[in-house]
Design a protein around this ligand. Structure first.
Ligand code: UD1
Length: 427
């Protein structure tokens, strides 16, 4: 298995191009199931999860072709076409590796009238049930049965019908499944307490480009007027706000300064306000934003919550940064029940962190020291990379396949701004 070796302590300086958003890509790809015409997605990040999703769609009958991007484009361009759906089954061996596979449920049901998807099960960060996805589809008339570890969903004879979906709790994935099902349902669907993450808006914009009628973008109530058919479209994936936020932390934790080319400030309000509260400086540039340190890191108190509040996907990276702050910080994780797996690893590097239930008390230390550490999930992995970039000495991060799921060309991007980082193969 590959490892990443970092010799820390070098301030990062220069430009990093922000890739297309993983979490947007993973909900835009299944949109291809909603039409028999081609859907071309531009600015797709080169990530293991995107490849896995492509393979899943291939099994369902979607053809995928990757074209060269225009010279000024970074990401990949993929054209997907679901002329005929040849299978409506997402099997266990794919779903267990990539939870986002559950996002084929809504579109398959809407287009083919049925879907069988393996239950994803829990993961490193928590139980992660899918009850909200299923309740949403039931509100559109689907009949759902759970047998032998699989969800089997069936639409009524005439297809799904519009209805009111009122989520008791905000869920990004359930909102996405509901939206993708509702665009082909008969009549009007109202989705209340919908997630407002920018990736949901990206999904809605892509569906609109495919002929869907959706009102209430960026709000917690989405109104969908179902269409009999959708058509093909070309759509560019939004910039990855979590990748941009992670590199902002890299600038501050190393006392450096970075331009994040392509970053969209308006999709990351609480990340940037947290960054500024922690002592960072943010400025607009022609192509994105510039972030830099302004002296030391300041302690702060931050709680994760659905957008526009501070994202759970940035909690681990902020924790690394705050480990080196002057004073004591309080982080509270309200979204996932087990998202502090990076704490013991950061502690091994000299951090002083105490977890009390959902809260983590981070007492700032003067220095972190390099150590061998193990990545446990995607964002936890990035927190270890950040700690390694700031630490004295050598940090060796193992189990880095998590990073390849969500950070495109991580070492290359960091090397280009002065980090001493390399990937080595264990043979
Ligand atoms: C998505 C993101 C993930 C991010 C998360 C929260 C993708 C591919 N993943 O995950 O990176 O951390 O949003 O911003 O976009 N829940 C239920 N029942 C359900 C669904 C969710 O109880 O049916 C709970 C979850 O266990 C969790 C909370 O609701 O505690 C929020 O989860 P959700 O927003 O659904 O996260 P995902 O869509 O899985």
């Amino acid at each position: 298995m590959d490892k990443i070796i970092i010799n820390g302590g070098k301030p990062l300086k220069g430009k990093i191009c922000i890739s297309g958003a993983k979490n947007a890509a993973l909900t835009l790809l299944p949109c291809a199931l909603l039409t028999d015409e081609p859907l071309t997605l531009r600015n797709l990040p080169r990530l293991a999860d995107v490849d896995s999703f492509g393979h899943l769609l291939n099994q369902l009958g979607v053809s995928t072709t990757v074209e060269g991007a225009k010279p000024d484009e970074m990401g990949r361009v993929m054209t997907l076409r679901a002329r005929n759906i040849v299978s409506t089954v997402a099997p266990y061996d794919i779903v267990r590796k990539m939870r986002a596979s559950i996002l084929v449920l809504g579109p398959l049901l809407a287009r083919a009238g049925e879907a069988t998807v393996s239950l994803p099960g829990g993961c490193a960060i928590g139980m992660r049930p899918i009850d909200l996805h299923l309740k949403a589809l039931e509100a559109l008339g689907a009949e759902i049965e759970i047998t032998s570890g699989y969800v089997r969903a069936k639409a009524p004879k005439g297809g799904l019908t519009g209805g009111t979906i009122s989520f008791p709790q905000v869920s990004v994935g359930a909102t996405e499944n509901a939206l993708m099902a509702a665009v082909l349902a008969k009549g009007t669907t109202v989705i209340e307490n919908a997630a407002r993450e920018p990736e949901i808006t990206d999904l809605a914009k892509c569906l609109i480009a495919m002929g869907a009628s959706i009102d209430g973008l960026r709000t917690d109530t989405l109104t969908v007027h179902g269409k009999e058919k959708l058509h093909g479209a070309t759509y560019a994936v939004m910039a990855d706000r979590i990748e941009a936020g992670s590199y902002a932390c890299a600038a501050l934790i190393t006392g450096g300064s970075l331009e994040l080319v392509g970053a969209h400030k308006e999709t990351m309000p609480s990340i940037l306000s947290g960054f500024v509260d922690a002592g960072g400086i943010v400025e607009d540039t022609k192509d994105g934003i510039a972030v830099r340190a302004d002296g030391g890191i300041k302690a702060l108190s931050v709680s994760t919550a659905p957008y526009p509040a501070f994202p759970t996907d940035m909690q681990a990276q902020f924790m690394s940064m705050l480990a080196l702050a002057e004073g004591t910080s309080l982080l509270t994780e309200t979204i996932f029940e087990n998202r502090y797996m990076h704490v013991p690893e950061l502690t091994r590097m000299g951090a002083d962190i105490e977890v009390r239930g959902r809260a983590a008390i981070v007492r700032g230390v003067e220095k972190l020291h390099g150590a061998p550490v193990m990545a446990t999930d995607l964002r936890a992995s990035m927190s270890l990379i950040l700690a390694g970039l700031a630490a004295e000495g050598t940090t060796e991060v193992s189990r880095i396949y998590h990073l390849d799921r969500g950070y495109e060309r991580l070492e290359e991007k960091l090397q280009a701004v002065g980090a001493d980082i390399e990937r080595i193969s264990d043979g």
